[in-house]
Design a protein around this ligand. Structure first.
Ligand SMILES: *[C@@H]1O[C@H](CO)[C@@H](O)[C@H](O)[C@H]1NC(C)=O
Ligand SMILES: *[C@@H]1O[C@H](CO)[C@@H](O)[C@H](O)[C@H]1NC(C)=O
Ligand SMILES: *[C@@H]1O[C@H](CO)[C@@H](O)[C@H](O)[C@H]1NC(C)=O
Ligand SMILES: *[C@@H]1O[C@H](CO)[C@@H](O)[C@H](O)[C@H]1NC(C)=O
Length: 157
């Protein structure tokens, strides 16, 4: 299953379609994420087909973009942002540009609202599955903001 995840193609993308609010939860299941106080205010995805299920369904071949509104409780010159699929163990999102400052405002200032926006194209070879993902913002290799949500991959038309 590992190789299939590696076939995702990612790139920056800004779509002019509607945002779907995502259900998300805090990352409290692991000591390194416990006690984080960074506030995640909204997670939304552009490019979901919301009629199929209540999950965000992404069609293969389509573009999608994730938007995260958050209120940091830390100051940082820069931040990495990583996405891991957590279905088959922990699998880093291949090809992701983890330099978060390209996709949000830096430096990050405590208490100042910020928005992270990152686009992907879903590969035709991506597995048709519901995939829980963990998104982590880190500074100096320390997790600072973390949430879990899930996306569903479906066939293209
Ligand atoms: C969802 O279904 C409604 C009613 O059938 C339709 O008007 C709308 O265009 C559909 N939206 C999508 C994203 O398919
Ligand atoms: C996705 O974005 C790329 C780059 O902007 C564009 O070339 C492509 O046509 C888009 N695909 C869809 C299905 O909108
Ligand atoms: C990120 O910021 C830290 C200090 O906050 C600095 O030491 C480091 O060089 C910066 N890295 C990049 C890639 O700018
Ligand atoms: C920051 O975002 C939170 C949550 O959306 C909101 O309640 C607050 O008013 C925002 N603060 C500023 C200064 O915009």
């Amino acid at each position: 299953m590992k190789g299939k995840f590696a076939s995702l193609i990612l790139f920056s993308f800004i779509a002019f379609v509607s945002l779907t609010d995502m259900k998300f939860s805090r990352c409290g299941d692991n000591n390194i994420y416990r006690g984080l106080n960074c506030a995640i205010n909204r997670v939304a995805i552009e490019g979901c087909n919301v009629n199929v299920t209540k999950d965000c369904s992404l069609k293969r071949g389509n573009n999608a973009s994730m938007v995260v509104d958050f209120t940091p409780d830390f100051d940082a010159e820069n931040s990495t942002v990583t996405i891991h699929a957590i279905t088959f163990g922990e699998k880093a999102w291949p090809g992701m540009d983890t330099n978060g400052c390209k996709f949000m405002t830096c430096p990050i200032e405590s208490g100042v609202n910020n928005t992270y926006s990152y686009g992907v194209q879903v590969s035709y070879t991506y597995p048709l599955a519901t995939v829980p993902i963990r998104v982590v913002f880190a500074s100096n290799n320390q997790p600072k903001c973390c949430f879990v949500t899930k996306i569903k991959i479906e066939k293209s038309n």
